[in-house]
Design a protein around this ligand. Sequence first.
Ligand code: PBG
Length: 323
Amino acid sequence: MNIRPRRNRKSAAIRDMISETNLGVENLIYPLFLIEGSGIKDEISSLPGNYRWSLDLLLAEIDSCIKLGIDKYVLFPVVSEDKKDKVASYSYAEDNFYLKAISEIKKHFPEVSLMSDVAMDPYSTDGHDGLVENGLILNDETLPILGKMAIAQAQAGIDIIGPSDMMDGRVAFIREALDSHNFQDVSIMSYSAKYASAFYGPFRDALDSAPKGGDKKTYQMNPANRKEALREAFLDIEEGADMLMVKPAVCYLDVISDLKSNCEVPITAYNVSGECAMIYAASANGWLDYEAAMSEMLLSIRRSGADGILTYFAKDFAALQNK
Ligand code: PBG
């Protein structure tokens, strides 16, 4: 045998030198859940190790994450039922605790990059990402609400807007709304290829945001489709998105790879709650080695072409790197 691939794997020194993929804390964005009040650290049962934090404790948590090197966060609000309505008006209300928290976090930690979620579902009594009328999810009527939400978040100091609702035309609408209010420097990371996935369950538990009727299949994508993701991606680029996201990540590595090779903007992927929950559950049962499995999952997402990864593993991965 002249050719023996194993020679290139014979020592850690050689393996490390020729590693095709590098994954570091700088690639990770850490999702955090915010709840109104103080002194609250409420564990999400389907996502162990993740909590609904009140702002006071969340600031301390971010401080400890910064010490581990995490400088990008995405923040989600847990909104009480009495603040929800059909038009998600609380999402841009003056006294909104989520908007106040954005300002506070940016004031305490100006160096971190803070990302938001722009969608109606956490604020909607229907639990849908768009306005619901006679069982239909309205598209164009939803856009002005998303615009108001984005402007309110920009005013609060958000760095990156994350439209996660999959309405048509929302990136252009939000870009125009931001620019007309002098927020040219606020970025848009669009959830371009967001699938109607079964893997969002623990997230919906965390926020109590599951749809009250029907499903999200008329706006989120069919898991069977790959080319359609490119169509959505090209549209979002044309509409002014700075970065694109694929969501979920692990079942959609082909889609991440397609977007990475066909688009000129950075690509991110959301390693969603259900994907992380599988590893938490298997590790808790002793069926998987937690650190090895989550590191391999993140590395695979990165290998498929993701520049950035939103993941609940961010803190544990960072701690592992700091060991
Ligand atoms: C809401 C939203 C969802 C997630 C992020 N933003 C849920 C959904 O679309 O129903 C899921 C994230 C996760 O599962 O970790 N627009």
